[in-house]
Design a protein around this ligand. Structure first.
Ligand SMILES: [Zn+2]
Ligand SMILES: [Zn+2]
Length: 345
């Protein structure tokens, strides 16, 4: 029996430490998981830098991490569907199944959601960057032997991107522009390709991520730090994915789509009010859609990784052990050298 976990815990801005956390005896209906791998997400980095992401503010110590995979090592009473030794991708969401969004098939909007490593509620929901953590069997998706924990951990961001593409509607044969060449941007590009998109232009303010986007198959890349002439020349697009989480990105997305185009907001924008050219949403009849986390796409993501359809490991630029998670987060923040940093056991 494991009674202590070592967890990457955020105490305030830039104050992330590995600390021991006592584990309660395993509750009924829960399973205990030994950490296998964890992807460092943009939201983990926002939490690290500012102790907040968007409107979610850290007010008490928060264990980060929601892109995780590991091994089931203990099973609580009446927890069915998994067995000890199962290697699993862990869905960070626990949905209630009975609120209105859940009943409408939009579980990502569940009013009673538990989402690992998030300060969206108080008390905060603790994350999976911990040597051991607990989950319910419904969160655990078994992975085949040939799938590494590193790849399985990236089912979560891939699910986010599958959901974003689904929100765009039928993208077959369309031209898309994507703002933000981070991991979510790049996985959205791969997901859009699978959905039959004809052409993807990737826009960013940094050269290194754009070079990475080109290697991953972007048709065109635009470095907007040098001005937006190249972007304007390529306009209009049918669909824009705003993944940078910036007001400038959303303004550019609204400007870049054609009349009757679609803009999908995937990035986590700053909290509060931000200036955007909203009148164009009316005048061009733009469908401006939010995309938040994912629902059934988590299962699809695991399948696409397992059958080799999406090579999520192509995004991984570094692996570091969980024990040095604070250093790994700082490495991930350096966009000149990092795309995706993955923690390992
Ligand atoms: Zn994430
Ligand atoms: Zn619900």
């Amino acid at each position: 029996m494991t009674s202590i976990a070592l967890a990457a815990t955020l105490f305030g801005p830039e104050d992330l430490r590995m600390v021991e956390r006592p584990l309660d005896p395993l509750a009924s209906g829960m399973v205990r998981i030994r950490f296998g791998a964890g992807g460092i997400c943009g939201s983990d980095m926002h939490y690290y830098r500012h102790a907040r992401t968007g409107d979610f503010v850290v007010t008490s110590p928060l264990v980060l991490g929601h892109e995780i995979a590991g091994e089931v090592i203990e099973i609580g009473s009446s927890a069915a569907g998994v067995k000890i030794g199962d290697r699993v991708a862990v869905n960070p969401s626990r949905w209630c199944g009975h609120c209105k969004p859940c009943l409408e098939g939009r579980a990502n909007l569940c009013e009673n959601i538990f989402f690992m490593g998030s300060a969206s509620k108080t008390p905060h929901m603790q994350g999976g960057f911990a040597s051991h953590f607990d989950a319910i069997p419904a969160q655990c998706v078994k992975i085949p032997d040939h799938v590494t924990y590193q790849a399985a951990a990236l089912a979560e961001p891939l699910a986010v991107c599958l959901h974003a593409v689904a929100r765009a509607g039928d993208v077959k044969g369309k031209r898309a522009v994507l703002f933000g060449a981070g991991p979510i941007g790049l996985l959205t590009m791969l997901a859009a390709r699978r959905a039959g998109i004809a052409e993807v232009t990737v826009v960013d303010i940094a050269a290194a991520p754009l070079a990475f986007a080109t290697r991953l198959g972007a048709n065109h890349v635009v470095d907007i730090s040098a001005g937006d002439n190249a972007l304007k020349a390529a306009q209009p697009f049918d669909v824009a994915f705003e993944v940078s989480g910036t007001a400038a990105g959303l303004a550019s997305a609204i400007a870049a789509v054609r009349r009757g185009g679609v803009v999908v907001q995937v990035g986590n924008l700053p909290g509060g009010q931000i200036p955007v050219p909203a009148n164009a949403v009316m005048a061009k009849e733009i469908d401006l859609k939010g995309s938040f986390r994912f629902g059934a796409e988590f299962m699809t993501a695991v399948e696409l990784i397992a059958d080799g359809s999406v090579d999520v490991l192509a995004l991984v630029t570094a692996e570091r052990p969980l024990s040095v998670a604070p250093d790994a987060v700082r490495l991930a923040l350096d966009r000149s050298q990092s795309v995706k940093v993955v923690l390992t056991a």
